[in-house]
Design a protein around this ligand. Sequence first.
Ligand code: C2E
Ligand code: CA
Ligand code: CA
Length: 560
Amino acid sequence: MSAKPANDSASRFRLDTFLQAQAFDGVTLGIAASAILLFLASGGTVLPELVRYWRGVSGQPDIIEVNALVLNIAVILFGWSRYKALSKELAQRCQSEARALRLADTDPLTGAMNRRSFLPAVNALTVAARGRGREVAVGLVDLDHFKSINDYHGHQVGDEVLLALANRFAELLPADALLARLGGDEFAFAASYPPSDRAHIDAITHRMVVAAAQPIECGDMTLEVSASIGIASKSDEDEPEGAESHGEQLMHRADIAMYQAKKQGRNRLQWFELAMECEQRFRGELEAGIRRGLRTGQFVPYYEQQVDIETDELLGFEMLARWHSPELGVVNPDIFIPIVEEMGLIEELSNSLMAQAFADARQWHPQLTLAVNVSPLQLRDPWFAQKILKLLVAHAFPASRLEIEITESAVHESPGLVCNTLTGLRNQGVKITLDDFGTGYSSLSQLRTLPFDRLKIDRSFIRDIQHDGTNTKLVGAIISMGMGLQLPLVAEGIEDDAILKTLREMGQLKGQGYHYGQPEPADKVIERLAPLGLLASDAEGPQLLPKDPAPLAQWSQKVG
Ligand code: C2E
Ligand code: CA
Ligand code: CA
């Protein structure tokens, strides 16, 4: 496997130094050569005279000529030793420059190429491969969950894992292939293949995925990782346009394919497809739109009624986010919440929506509750409870009217932290609902130990309750269990009268669904409440704050 790419600027630097050294060396050589010529010219007459003088055949030679000859010999010896010293110095300098160059082009941990040297090497490999009628494929390798190895076992163990994997990859790649560590847990490779035989690259990459997943022995530990690999190669009809070099284009595309491999469940390989680039562009536009939307107030709360299914009395509303996008129209949260979460903006969005919802709900009758959904990511924040209480205080909204809906997945990640957070909120009067119940893996003990006020039976069970005997039995079982645990229940997704009738026979429930109405914006809620006498102005006296807001304010102060 080749490890030495051509590098323009570095090789130019080496050539300059070499020429400088050569010029200096030439002066020394010139002096030595003149001294030799002088020696040949004068030595021819002075030396025989000297020999004859020593044999006593003739008189003493001219002392000046003899001195000149001795000086001449000294200059030759000096020139020769200087020439030898300079040659040695030059060789050493070339060696250290080569070493510096190698270090600049090499990843110090694995000895593979680095990002700087990989790109020009890919371009050079492509030129060479095409000369032989072959194509080049570039693969981008990202290790899955490598961060946890670093976090749990330290960087030294992490380095050992990286080195082991680099060696495994190097063994699997053909002799003329390139291997680089681009940084962190990201590797890249490039290999040539006959254009009609993509399976050749498939086979190599598949072996790399399998090799990465083999256990790694580190001291007395056995560690396991896996790799997601994206591969891209040129095909004439989709040659991308733009200023990127061929290598850059392939790396960019391999990167897109690698993210796709991650999305599809990791530990796999994925070839680049043009549709992925479109999807990525769309995703980029969506993210830009979301950022703009957050800045300009395009995210607004909608409200879905929650009623007592026995009496049809309106009890409150669940707030559901909507994005009024100028380009896309009204967008539902299933589309944008996961993206906002990945962008790390869920807290900002949630705070903005809650602030709007508190202001809206203050115009409703104080007996009406407000339920809000929170993301599992928000619950990872140890200050979450304090932040919510701070918002409540800032917007003068009573904690007792607020219900927080969390999903089962939020509970599993760190039950201890979630339990503390929920207990903190509950102590201040906020109610906690376990949303989408039945779709996750909550254990009975969690249901008993975590401080829930309510369980919300997932829409998927309610929807088919009419036609699916199993679902009816399941809902019946969930209701009995809720009653056993003294946890009131909510049924979501009540779409018609028939479902409502069945549910009414099953027990006392709170309910919501399109049967009562679709989620609607704040002004429509006011229109709905006004004729029912359920506006704040219809209440006997303003009860917008808890009787004694002091403890709440003090508690929320802690978050600063
Ligand atoms: P969810 O909490 O389970 O909300 C109920 C979803 O079911 C809502 O969809 C609602 O419009 C829909 N729905 C209600 N009744 C019916 C019905 O009778 N039939 C059918 N087919 N659907 C019904 P939506 O508004 O699209 O919300 C989807 C999910 O997005 C929510 O599921 C919730 O998990 C999440 N979400 C909504 N708003 C927020 C928010 O502000 N923050 C966070 N983190 N998540 C939110
Ligand atoms: Ca919900
Ligand atoms: Ca739900």
